[in-house]
Design a protein around this ligand. Sequence first.
Ligand code: NAP
Length: 282
Amino acid sequence: MEKRVFGNTGVKVPVIGQGTWQMESDDAEGAIRSLRAGLDLGLTHLDTAELYGQGRVEEALVSKAIAGRRDEVFLVSKVMPSNATRSGTVAACERSLKRLRTDRLDCYLLHWPGSHPLEGTVEAFEQLVTDGKIRSWGVSNFAVDELEEVLAIAGPKRIACNQVLYHLEERAIEHTVIPWCEAEGVAVVAYSPFGNGRFPKPSSTGGKVLASIAQARGVTPYQVALQFLVRGTSMFAIPKASDESHMRDNAKAASLKLTPEELRRIDAAFPRGDEPDELPSI
Ligand code: NAP
């Protein structure tokens, strides 16, 4: 499994990880089996949040998937903006640790920009680092002006990552978010890399290009899409797969190397369009 240094953390993290949103609606045994199979295959970047299933994903699924193998995992969770005061962030983190049955997170994110002052959230994150409860912290769904604000508060090399919506039909972050993150050494984590299940249809123009590349390379269109998304040096992706065969498919995407011509064909088939006024989120 290909790994890259995750932002300014100095820690190497697999380029393909695992998401867990909406897993509470899937068969629990199957989802846990899939997560553990993913860990076996090196998909050790595991993304969750207090929001997911109102804590049930952390408590009933992720905690079981990582039981007995915590040290293998780069475990990420997120605080809800409504909890992100100084004391609320610390309390939310402690609740997540309890549900996950662990003593630390590898990275803790503010789920999206909210109304509580960022100074308090950043202070809480730094306190949690000092206390050994988190190893690093980052943000999610932050546009460049919001990233600038965090940078001004926290100083350089503190924001580990920005987790943002990125898939073939939603490439808005390529305009300014990715360049900003690359310049500041912030990892970019692509969430909903398959459009939250709305993958390009095989009959569409883009779908046909993916299928033709996939067929020529003996892989699946999903693997081609994932590899396109992590082609940049600061990029990671966290597909969600409760189906173990999907998980195995995704793991193989890391070893696929697309040629410049294949990248050009995908780029042309899924034009990124103009930069929108607001950062898209799901
Ligand atoms: P996604 O990963 O884009 O798509 C998941 C869907 O694709 C599921 O239906 C899954 O099916 C299917 N799938 C996965 N691998 C496949 C494969 N190889 N072949 C065919 N189908 C495949 O959706 P997502 O859950 O929205 O995004 C991924 C993760 O990003 C989330 O789980 C979450 O951790 C994170 N996220 C973060 C935010 C944020 O605001 N920070 C927002 C959204 C998501 P099965 O499950 O049946 O295998």
